[in-house]
Design a protein around this ligand. Sequence first.
Ligand SMILES: NC(=O)c1ccc[n+]([C@@H]2O[C@H](COP(=O)([O-])OP(=O)(O)OC[C@H]3O[C@@H](n4cnc5c(N)ncnc54)[C@H](OP(=O)(O)O)[C@@H]3O)[C@@H](O)[C@H]2O)c1
Length: 262
Amino acid sequence: MDLGIRGRVAIVAAASTGLGRAVAAGLAAEGARLALCARQAERLEQAAGELAETFGAKVFARALDVTDAAAVERFVAATAAEYGQIDICVSNAGGPSARPFAQTTHEEWRAAAELNLLAHVSFARAALPQMQRRKWGRLLMISSVSVRQPIEGLVLSNAIRAGVLGLTRSLANEYGRDGILVNNIAPGYTLTERLRELAAARARNAGISIEQAQLEWTRATALGRLADPKEFADAAVFLCSERASYITGQTLVVDGGFYKGL
Ligand SMILES: NC(=O)c1ccc[n+]([C@@H]2O[C@H](COP(=O)([O-])OP(=O)(O)OC[C@H]3O[C@@H](n4cnc5c(N)ncnc54)[C@H](OP(=O)(O)O)[C@@H]3O)[C@@H](O)[C@H]2O)c1
């Protein structure tokens, strides 16, 4: 299937490693031009260089923190100046601290809201007018399976990310007539650095080994295994493509059957 996004300009946030990087690779493989960001410049430049070399892609990269709304606005404006258009925006960030409620501070709640809700707002605010101008766009927010099934010890993710669902639906309704699709994609347990951090936190809190923590998650999936980031990226790239043209306001859970609801 031709996904129909050759030459499209795609922003992927928090993309030097993990899910963001896998999505950037998937988009580059389909011929998209990329604009990437993450905080650590060196690791970002390395990722950008590797993606350019592997896929022959154009890659614009800028180091920034996605919780800095002004920096996000400048990055999106610089991307539009560089390429003349923005068609796809995949908003993403790191994950919040993994703690049970009693151990969280008010400051951590504020930081989680900045990281896992307001960063999506900043990218949407900056990118949507660019898409409106050309009457075509794909806004995709990366959240977590915690938006469907709260995860033990991750109250910040469970509570804050739920707002992404309301944001997705609202923006889908407000911008549908501009030819812009707005969706949310919710990863389950996927083999990235974040998962290793979570396994270490779970092991500490439950008094088990890191291997046992990972085994618990593996057993909780229908497929009996954790995901490769590329499996997540394939679904994300589809939602960013021409072929997803009648899908908007949705949350796609990519979790190997971890979520057990109907
Ligand atoms: N992997 C999973 O199993 C899983 C499951 C559910 C949800 N999620 C969520 O999906 C998102 C991505 O996860 P991941 O597994 O890809 O994480 P990861 O492997 O830790 O990668 C995070 C990426 O985001 C960048 N980043 C982190 N904080 C940032 C910030 N404030 N501003 C800009 N860039 C930032 C990192 O680079 P720098 O450090 O250089 O900034 C890195 O490139 C997270 O919100 C995570 O909680 C992941």
